[in-house]
Design a protein around this ligand. Structure first.
Ligand code: SF4
Length: 211
């Protein structure tokens, strides 16, 4: 596939995943940001297991600010890098409470001033909460776009840079929820479901593994 096929690819993914949305559990924008921060280097499934309990009493920034840090660490210790995450999310919560009146800023420039919030995190947050046209380039998305040869890159960061200039905003808007699900459930790292994949006839990776 080449770049001019991306629109067709995006439309097809929307047909395959018509109700696509993030799989992270949250009930408000603060919890969404926290869940995204917690999900770095951890599966959404593991984060959800923790947060379905944790979020019952962690509803706004002041809740995290007032909570004892050792208690937080103990509660989230099944999540990777839980020490760093607990401390940085506490700092972020304090800034949100004091500087932003407990609201979450809605620009990438403001979001990345918060501790532990990188450009990727900011884009994911804005894509989910405001339907902003940003694609969440995790390992799944990086793998899919390389297998289909939309990009030829070595890291998710490199892929993110390529698509930010190579794809249109409309492509980003169409793909930001569906591409993660396609990578997570169809074009998996091991044993991708090529036999049922609608893109196999155009997929260079598939052609390669057939030989
Ligand atoms: S054919 Fe296989 S490798 Fe290619 S995009 Fe589909 S699932 Fe992924």
């Amino acid at each position: 596939m080449n770049k001019k096929d991306i629109g067709e690819f995006a439309e097809k993914l929307n047909e395959m995943f018509p109700d696509a949305k993030t799989e992270l559990y949250y009930t408000n924008e603060f919890q969404l940001l926290i869940a995204i921060l917690m999900s770095a280097q951890t599966t959404d499934k593991q984060v959800n297991i923790v947060n379905r309990n944790f979020f019952r009493f962690l509803i706004e920034p002041k809740d995290w600010v007032e909570m004892d840090i050792d208690y937080i660490k103990e509660f989230i210790n099944s999540i990777s890098f839980f020490n760093n995450k607990a401390e940085n999310i506490k700092k972020t919560s304090l800034i949100l409470k004091e500087k932003y009146n407990s609201k979450i800023p809605r620009t990438i420039e403001e979001l990345i001033t918060l501790p532990w919030v990188w450009i990727k995190t900011a884009k994911v947050f804005l894509a989910v909460i405001d339907d902003a046209p940003y694609i969440w380039v995790d390992t799944h998305v990086h793998r899919v776009l390389n297998r289909l040869w939309f990009v030829k890159t070595k890291t998710p960061l490199e892929t993110d840079k390529k698509i930010s200039t190579g794809f249109t905003k409309n492509n980003h808007a169409l793909l930001h929820n569906t591409l993660v699900l396609f990578g997570r459930y169809i074009c998996t790292a091991r044993n991708p479901k090529c036999e049922t994949c609608p893109f196999s006839w155009k997929c260079n990776y598939y052609k390669k593994i057939q030989k």
